[in-house]
Design a binder for this molecule. Structure first.
Ligand SMILES: O=C(CO)COP(=O)(O)O
Length: 124
């Protein structure tokens, strides 16, 4: 089976949760092709030891880079731990990425509970 291509994105207040989730699924994620927005990806590399292709940071266009890749068939699933309590300067980019997931029917988990279900099903 080809390696799953997974995009990992988290807002600042959700980054600890992303690191914890990645630790939980570390062995399965290590067998995937991972890409991430910049700061999220660097934390996953440094703190979990995963190999991650780091895009730009979200506010600088990282969500859009992942959305563009997804639109041409380059991403199988998105884990996007959003912070629903904090306004983001790049809200339009965030909406564009989630919309691209819906347009192209790519699974997108936006909280830890759904991320666990998605990763368990996809990689379990
Ligand atoms: O802002 C983000 C997603 O919208 C995440 O970007 P970083 O991983 O660079 O913090």
């Amino acid at each position: 089976m080809p390696r799953r291509r997974i995009a990992l994105i988290s807002h600042d207040k959700k980054k600890d949760a992303m690191v914890a989730l990645a630790r939980e699924f570390r062995d399965q994620l290590a067998g995937c092709e991972l890409c991430a927005t910049g700061t999220t990806g660097r934390r996953l590399q440094d703190e979990v030891g995963l190999s991650v292709e780091c895009m730009l940071s979200g506010p600088l266009g990282g969500d859009l880079q992942i959305g563009a890749r997804l639109a041409v068939g380059g991403v199988d699933a998105v884990i996007f731990l959003r912070d629903p309590m904090t306004p983001q300067p790049h809200e339009p980019d965030i909406n564009a990425l989630v919309r691209a997931c819906d347009v192209h029917d790519i699974p997108c988990a936006t909280n830890v509970a759904s991320a666990r279900l998605l990763l368990g099903q996809l990689l379990g």
